[in-house]
Design a protein around this ligand. Structure first.
Ligand SMILES: [Zn+2]
Length: 148
């Protein structure tokens, strides 16, 4: 994110999605100072294999077609800690500078506690649209976990 850019709002729907993701059995893999998570489109492969394939393809910059590139790019999202914040490379994050993945990581690592209302939606259901609430921005003091 560019310095001086306003911190995006951490909304209740965002926290709800993050809490649901964090409470699910969705796996994450830490590698090369990044954390990889499976995208919704990754179905026929385990995360480990998908990460290995993506890294290999991107390293060699070798794809048989643009479709293959797109499929590989969209199979796994990677999260990076920079300037005390977690960045993601999924389309939602690219568009609005925030998505459920960094929030979910913060929840899993006990860096942040989601608002109580975020836990009131049954797992697997989406929160209906409503007034967003703001949560204080917490510095990721524990970001060192990525670089151990
Ligand atoms: Zn994301």
């Amino acid at each position: 994110m560019t310095p001086g850019t306003k911190e995006p709002d951490r909304t209740l729907p965002g926290w709800t999605a993050a809490y649901q993701w964090a409470s699910s059995n969705a796996k994450s893999i830490k590698r090369n100072q990044k954390v990889f998570v499976a995208s919704e489109s990754l179905q026929n492969m385990d995360l480990k294999t998908a990460v290995r394939m993506q890294q290999d393809q991107f390293q060699r910059a070798s794809w048989e077609s643009f479709d293959q590139y797109k499929e590989s790019r969209n199979s796994v999202w990677s999260l990076t800690v920079e300037d005390n914040r977690i960045d993601c490379n999924c389309p939602v994050y690219m568009k609005s500078n925030i998505c459920k993945h960094p929030l979910a990581m913060e929840i899993r690592l006990s860096i942040s506690e989601p608002p109580a209302q975020a836990k009131t939606v049954p797992l697997g259901e989406k929160r209906k649209r409503g007034r967003p609430i703001s949560a204080p921005f917490l510095l990721l003091k524990k970001s060192a976990w990525l670089f151990n």
